[in-house]
Design a protein around this ligand. Sequence first.
Ligand SMILES: [Zn+2]
Length: 367
Amino acid sequence: MQRLLVSEITTCIETFAPLQLQESYDNSGLQVGLSSSSVAAAILSLDITEEVIDEAIAKGIDMVIAHHPLIFSGIKSLTGATEVERIVVKAIKNNLCIYSCHTNLDITANGVSFMMGQKMGLTNLKVLDPLSNRLQKIVVFVPEAHAQDVRQAMFDAGAGNIGNYSSCSFSHTGTGSFKAEAGATPFVGQVDVLHSEPEVRIEVVCPSYCTGTVLRRMVEVHPYEEVAYDVIPLANTIGNLGLGAVGDFEEPISIDDFLAVVKNTYRVPCIRYTNAVSKTISRVAVCGGSGYSLLEKAISSGAQAFITGDVKYHNFFDAKGKLMLMDIGHFESEYSSLEIISSLLKKNFPNFAVYIAETNSNPINYL
Ligand SMILES: [Zn+2]
């Protein structure tokens, strides 16, 4: 089997789920280990527990990839006083790397909630709560002969994606003017002479997490010594990025059939749910983990049911008469996240060994 650098694995995952997408409270990324070290195999788990670490060591696996981060807040000592400290010490002693891919995997396109919806057979899936205030427009003025190179460089760096369309831009021609002052070495024109140049104004949209890279690549390719460009914040949402998902069954199904589908799809021993508000279910909203905060979005999406985890007793009343609110458990709702990482790694590195942990990290038992 193939060995990989830790950086090759993290780059692969973060290309799919950029770290910049994670929530402010989160701590996704490499938590223990060196990105320059090489690993023989990775094991995937929803959580990192001592038992998961022991399983990895026993199997000779040197990288643990989890959805939930091991370390959320700062560690001030490593004395083994807490499970987190013991795990860090044991991981370092055993050359084990620990990595997590959490809310960036929830928010990215085709992330955890999309996987939840697909597993249940929902079609026409859309993001339930698309990211807002994270989109910018980049406008740049380019001499005509270089317009296509600059446009392409921005596309390659992550700009110009709208829904299922890539390479989106708008261009129109005009005339730029400038006078190079002493010390300048202009690409066209002469120092101290007012110059007019036929230029193309190119507009592209860009998620803010890509803007730095897009601008760097754009300036590298642009022929001018000083590039004129604007970065404009947009109020638009980003349709394919955000929390939760909503989709439709091909045919409406009865409440009993729906409950059976949910139970079987997510292998849940127990579902806590409110009364149905319709005879059949055709549209369903889902959110892996603790998704109660998306209840209003789920209701306004027209879903007859909303599946998530960690719903409190009083919160169930908020769904009364509006939709069927279902708590299938935090662990159960997010377990699909392992399949996303597993298939991503297998697709990109077919000869690298990837395992799903046999250790059940769910701290909750059902009777
Ligand atoms: Zn979670």
